[in-house]
Design a binder for this molecule. Structure first.
Ligand code: GTP
Ligand code: MG
Length: 444
């Protein structure tokens, strides 16, 4: 029997600390084990796979950029340098396209305001000479963006094979894929590409006053308008912002990146590792080229994806297809939508429909372009955004219900893919719909 404290086992302060340290070690090990288990579970979790479908220029790649910006902002912003090259190419091509489409002084009729001007406006002949280095900028940037940047040095590519220009529109059509994004990694970039990029930035910087003069000249705009020459929206955006964009120290903003036009070629796979919600989770997007000749290449992806997002541009109703002037873009989108709906391979796959370019639709309707003039069935309904987008929604939903082989819920949303705030709400919802559908189908 222990009567005296001196008989107690020797429990010193050092012992207690040791025990505490031991307990902490065990607790840390348990925490580590839990973390490892969680990570192992996550690693086993298959990546979420999403297929982006829709006609050319409907906004598929822009939606993907929004997703990247929202859920993996660090890696999105890390690519800004690579996007700068795309934006500079967009700008140089737009200027060259304008100059190509303006009559030369030799071919204009006497009295043409543009060249025989009485006012103190810029002399386009002089601007043409001073802006001629932008031809080289276009060639160099095309080269930089079309080589494979990984370990190997540049692969010779015939530059202008990749540049398609349809009459009346300017088009930046360099090869897609993600190898060009290596331009963002300046540490590992081939020195010749680095110096080429620096040279193009210096030339653009030196030309920026002249670009602004050309684009702000009302006579230039007037002549382009008279000729029926239209520029793509992204061209107009970068020309409007030329002074900022052509500056030597320019770094693209998120808005600029969303506006940059880089036509998708074939089917591109993009992997996004989530940084915000569900950090570490991987999403794979298959971003496809929307032109008509490419649509058969989508099918192999149908039975391997968890969801399909189909985009339609609501603003294309007054345009025809670049590769077939007989076909109206609205009609083409609707036919394509029906084809996708009726496909048996995706009968069980959740489909989301985004009716995009609401801002451009609004602009066209406000400018007095009548939707009913191109889509007779619209009849005498009011020519406003609300009525036209409701018409789109009703028509596309009805087609979905009629043509789908099995009953399936459809998520429909009107969007403006260059509005990051509005898109963040839509994308959070889209993500939820996909995850719920995967859970229901035991795909997680
Ligand atoms: N104003 C406006 N522009 C948009 C919108 N969505 C996309 N764009 C612009 O439209 C152009 C075409 O968009 P993309 O995302 O490249 O189109 P895509 O469907 O991927 O086209 P392909 O790759 O040719 O199949 C880009 O310059 C975008 O910035 C929108 O809602 N409003
Ligand atoms: Mg694309």
């Amino acid at each position: 029997m222990v009567n005296d404290v001196s008989d107690w086992p020797n429990v010193s302060i050092e012992d207690t600390e040791e025990q505490r340290a031991q307990a902490k070690k065990i607790s840390d090990e348990i925490d580590d084990a839990i973390q490892r288990e969680r990570r192992a579970k996550e690693e086993k979790r298959p990546p979420r796979k999403v297929l982006l479908l829709g006609p050319s220029q409907s906004g598929k790649s822009t939606l993907l950029k929004n997703f990247h910006l929202l859920f993996a902002p660090k890696s999105f912003h890390a690519e800004a340098e690579a996007w700068r090259a795309v934006i500079h190419l967009n700008l140089a091509q737009s200027v060259n396209f304008i100059l190509d489409n303006l009559s030369t002084p030799n071919t204009i009729s006497p009295g043409n305001k543009l060249f025989l001007r009485q006012d103190a406006g810029p002399d386009v002949g002089q601007l043409r000479i001073r802006l001629s280095p932008l031809r080289q900028v276009e060639i160099s940037l095309n080269q930089c963006l079309t080589v494979e940047h990984e370990a190997t040095p540049r692969r010779p590519i015939s530059l202008y094979n990749n540049i398609l220009r349809t009459e009346g529109t300017s088009k930046s059509s360099i090869r897609g894929g993600s190898a060009w994004k290596a331009l963002a990694k300046s540490q590992t970039l081939h020195s010749s590409i680095k110096s080429e990029l620096q040279k193009t930035r210096s030339i653009l910087d030196a030309c920026r006053d002249d670009i602004v003069s050309l684009w702000s000249d009302p006579a230039v705009r007037e002549q382009l308008k008279k000729q029926g020459t239209t520029l793509e929206d992204s061209s107009v955006f970068f020309l409007d912002n030329a002074f900022r964009v052509a500056a030597r120290d320019y770094i693209p903003t998120a808005d600029d990146i969303l506006r940059a036009r880089l036509e998708t070629i074939g089917v591109e796979e993009h992997r996004i590792v989530m940084e915000t919600a569900d950090a570490g989770e991987e999403w794979i997007f298959y971003d496809i080229e929307g032109s008509r000749g490419q649509r058969a290449s989508w099918v192999p992806y149908f039975d391997d994806v968890h969801a399909i997002i189909f985009l339609v541009s609501m603003a294309d109703f007054d345009q025809s297809l670049p590769d077939d002037p007989q076909v109206n873009r609205f009609a083409d989108s609707f036919t394509l939508w029906k084809t996708v709906c009726e496909n048996k391979l995706i009968a069980q796959t959740p489909v989301m429909l985004l009716l995009n370019k609401a801002d451009l639709l609004q602009e066209k309707l406000s400018a007095g372009i009548f939707f009913a003039q191109f889509v007779k069935e619209f009849g005498d309904q009011p020519n406003d955004l609300k009525s036209v987008s409701k018409y789109f929604k009703t028509l596309f939903m009805a087609a979905h219900d009629i043509h789908s082989p099995k009953e399936r819920r459809l998520f429909v949303q009107t969007t403006c893919a260059i509005d990051t705030q509005a898109m963040s709400l839509v994308l959070r919802e889209v993500k939820e719909v996909i995850l719920v559908a995967m859970l229901k189908g035991n795909m997680i």
